[in-house]
Ligand binder design. Sequence first.
Ligand code: FES
Length: 208
Amino acid sequence: MSTLSLHTPSPADLPEPAAADPERRRWLLATGCGGALGAAALAVPFTQTLAPSERAKALGAGVQVALGDIPPGGLKTVEWRGKPVWVLHRTPEMLAALQRDDANLADPQSKRDAQPDTLRNAGRSERPEWLVAIGVCTHLGCSPSFLPVGSGNPAVDANWAGGFFCPCHGSTFDLAGRVFKNKPAPTNLEVPPHRFLSDDTLFIGTET
Ligand code: FES
């Protein structure tokens, strides 16, 4: 398992809204690199593409995540199948905030298939205190930022209860990864298949 980062963001860490180009720039660069890699792959003889590479096998594997070092309110990001996956340790206050904004959410009951069927609940989780979500915006694939309550970020209003903000085109998501209405992102953030091996260990990759 590769752990990308572990932090409890403070307002000082938070990005500027809208024109927060570093994320957008990184994404555009990544897209460009992906295109170059795709072109290079065309040169590989067909027979060599039949056997999955070690890297491909690794990308398909699940990852174990230690939960003991994520404090309440903290967020850990791990890599799974080449994507960032957030593991957010929700506090009782965060869970209470989930009840507040239903009328302003595009799909508050998560009726669209953006999570395993067993997690089609308001918190989109098996254990309420843990949100596991893929940190990729469902609009065009930028990486949203975590904005806790009281961030003071002008991209969100003064009543912001905490959640995620995508700097590319301004989509906002609540603390269950549910997208707010009238935003470019069409669906809630994706929740990957996962299960708890114990109180301290999460497995991302399969539900059983
Ligand atoms: S990529 Fe997130 S709002 Fe467009």
